[in-house]
Design a protein around this ligand. Sequence first.
Ligand SMILES: Cc1cc2nc3c(=O)[nH]c(=O)nc-3n(C[C@H](O)[C@H](O)[C@H](O)COP(=O)(O)OP(=O)(O)OC[C@H]3O[C@@H](n4cnc5c(N)ncnc54)[C@H](O)[C@@H]3O)c2cc1C
Length: 467
Amino acid sequence: MTSAAYAATSAEGVPNGGVSFWYRQIGAPAPRGPLPGDLDADVCIVGGGLTGLWTAYYLKQAQPDLDVVVLEREFCGYGASGRNGGWLSAEIAAPARTYLGAHGEAGVRDLHAQMRTAVDEVLRVLEHEGVDADVQRDGILHVARSRAQLDRLGALVDDERRWGAEVTRLTADETTARIAVSGALGGAHVAGAARVQPAKLVQGVAAAAERSGVRLFERTTVTSVRPGAAETDHGTVRARFVLRCLEGFSAGLPGQRRTWLPMNSAMVVTAPLPDAVRARIGWHGAELLGDLAHAYVYAQRTEDGRIAFGGRGIPYRYGSRTDVHGRTQPATVRALVRLLHEFFPAAAAVPVEHAWCGVLGVPRDWSPTVHVDRGTGLGWAGGYVGSGLTTTNLAGRTLRDLVLGSDTALTRLPWTGRQVRRWEPEPLRWLGVHALYALYREADRRETRGLARTSLLARAATRVAGR
Ligand SMILES: Cc1cc2nc3c(=O)[nH]c(=O)nc-3n(C[C@H](O)[C@H](O)[C@H](O)COP(=O)(O)OP(=O)(O)OC[C@H]3O[C@@H](n4cnc5c(N)ncnc54)[C@H](O)[C@@H]3O)c2cc1C
């Protein structure tokens, strides 16, 4: 990444790409060297995002003499892990029915409990390793901005309670007293989640893994994986275990094009809000903020008083292509800025200072998986569908246990060892995802105009998509 990358601007004159605003804040990380040539290791991890880094970190903590190697194409934290919205939450993006069939209520409850523990665990490690990632733990504020969203808010509250979360239902006044979102009809506060600065977090975890003795090789592209080896443009790593931790980039490996669909998510960030604007918006805590639209938005107030605001934008690029260094389409920037100003009219005069995007991995059943085949030594984790920041930590500890052959509460969780069918070939994949989001956007428009219940369009789209 060069500083010139930040010079790229969209039609609106907003700096765009350069991986993410989070790196503009902290500067590009010092580069690590590439793989020096062929080598042997015990565990080879493909991808230096949080899934790979947490796995490497915990393996070394559990067994310091294990030789663990991470291979990263750009720099550690280059992908979604350094671009996300900073929602360190217990949310796991899986319809309950995915896991209920085989594991029942108790299994799903365990998974949710482990996700809440994972938030504590991330914060524990950050403190233990001396990582300052702008953490503030004020929970999530879900805001309903239409009657149909209010209806879904009730279902969200019931669901959260069913799986053991601490939730408070809020009236419109109570909601806007926390954050003055225009048009809020009600809200719900879910305790436990924390706001973080994603690049600080992932760089801290990379440094902690390295201090534990993990060997991190950057600017090294893995071209294929097979039992016992990962081939790269700099040589071959031979290892008993080879773990694929590429999430939204998985489609780039041979044989993986239809495994997880690379879905785009994009963000914009404002300048620090002037006091007069802050006074009108409130947001004195650091609650994470989201709505209940089908094409939902997510936001955080940054440590230095900006609003970082994200949404789906153009959801998917033909042929499972990914973005170029976080650069997003001008139409997406325009749409996000429009929505930001709808939420916060008082922020309309505050400049938008950066836009970027990233890819996340979506499995055909919209539910994540962790797996290690002890026969072949091949493993993987991902498919977090946009709720991966905490999930990567649970995945990393689960991969550790699976690699070490331990039978633990984690290896028995419902998301381990699942087989998920593949996505349809093109052009069906492109047509399907674009139709889904076109229907969602139309459903959102109708709901905004006054529909009292979730639009039938959205219900049908969700059913057809298998969500
Ligand atoms: C804009 C955006 C906002 C999000 N917001 C949130 C949020 O607020 N909360 C939340 O919980 N989740 C959020 N997510 C999702 C979350 O960030 C991801 O699920 C999570 O970071 C995935 O981590 P990962 O390590 O599995 O993948 P990544 O972080 O994507 O890491 C994969 C790595 O593999 C590398 N790579 C790719 N190809 C190769 C190759 N051939 N060889 C070697 N290396 C390769 C990439 O460079 C990358 O560093 C968001 C995602 C995006 C894109």
